[in-house]
Design a protein around this ligand. Structure first.
Ligand SMILES: C=C(O[C@@H]1C=C(C(=O)O)C=C[C@H]1O)C(=O)O
Length: 283
């Protein structure tokens, strides 16, 4: 996805990186397209997770017994998340500037030769990681909102979808670094002034686009209603998309997804943007 300098040994192999023009990577339109695509991943993940009960045992410490976990007494979710990062880490996932690990201190050595990426972001980007807040938001707010209370024993499936959603949320929210860089480049003087004045509120106001935010909220609610429909072989929609039917029958409530974006996803994305900008001029 991001431009790389030395294609190293595996140019012909499948990787998430393809050479692209830098101005393309930082065009706000392209960044917005990526954010829109990530909405699909997040909503499909929520739909998958919502078919299972809350299954609190997955999150308790210690809940389900996981003898192999590197931290004694850790939850099943932590175990699956850590182990997933071990596998993905070996194939360079967390060397890409658009990926952030939940356990960055525990990343494994690489199995594939390293990639040198184009320096798209300022150096501070590497140390901005809001995953702790994302995990907290997921467990305390999102999980109770999208799942029915109870225990259906599907611990593995629940944890697997939790990991998928957590990774997608993390990518979406940390994409704020690219949004911020793009906005900084398009109005460098204005942002430089705010950065020198350490004006977080001014930066927050400058990056905020209320019209875009309103569209995001409307779009994700609509997507949740559409993706949650059952479609017959002839293309007939079995569950209606009018708002009442959608709320009642949807696999994940459209309003819950809209609320998630309004209260958490966009505010955290903007926090990433402001954190990045405050440090944008550091060496
Ligand atoms: C992503 C942008 O920046 C900000 C963050 C948004 C978001 O998280 O979706 C939306 C609008 C802006 O307030 C943008 O302008 O497109």
């Amino acid at each position: 996805m991001f431009p790389r300098v030395n294609a190293s040994m595996d140019t012909a192999t499948v990787d998430c990186t393809t050479a692209r023009d830098l101005s393309n990577v930082l065009s706000l339109n392209n960044i917005r397209q990526t954010l829109i695509r990530l909405e699909d991943t997040i909503i499909f993940g929520l739909i998958e997770r919502a078919q299972f009960a809350r299954n609190s045992a997955v999150y308790e410490e210690p809940g389900v017994e996981v003898p192999g976990c590197s931290r004694p007494g850790c939850s099943l979710l932590e175990y699956i998340l850590r182990e997933t990062e071990q596998i993905h880490g070996r194939i360079r996932r967390y060397t890409s500037p658009d990926e952030n690990a939940y356990f960055p201190e525990a990343l494994p050595s690489l199995l594939l030769p390293p990639i040198t990426y184009e320096q798209v972001l300022a150096p501070c980007a590497a140390s901005i990681n809001l995953n702790e807040s994302i995990l907290k938001l997921y467990l305390e707010h999102l999980m109770p909102e999208i799942t029915e209370p109870g225990d259906d024993g599907n611990y593995g499936s629940a944890a697997m979808y939790d990991v998928m959603i957590l990774q997608a949320l993390s990518k979406r929210i940390h994409y704020g670094k690219f949004v911020a860089e793009s906005k900084f480049l398009s109005q460098t003087e204005k942002y430089t002034r705010l950065i020198h004045a350490h004006d977080s509120e001014g930066l927050m106001a400058a990056i905020t686009d209320a019209v875009v935010e309103a569209k995001v909220i409307q779009r994700v609610a609509r997507k949740a209603a559409i993706f949650g429909q059952d479609v017959g072989a002839a293309g007939d929609v079995i569950v209606g998309t009018d708002s009442e039917a959608a709320e009642q029958n949807a696999k994940v409530r459209p309003q819950a997804v809209a609320q998630l974006y309004k209260d958490w996803v966009m505010p955290l994305t903007k926090k990433v943007e402001v954190d990045y900008l405050l440090r944008r001029l550091e060496d």
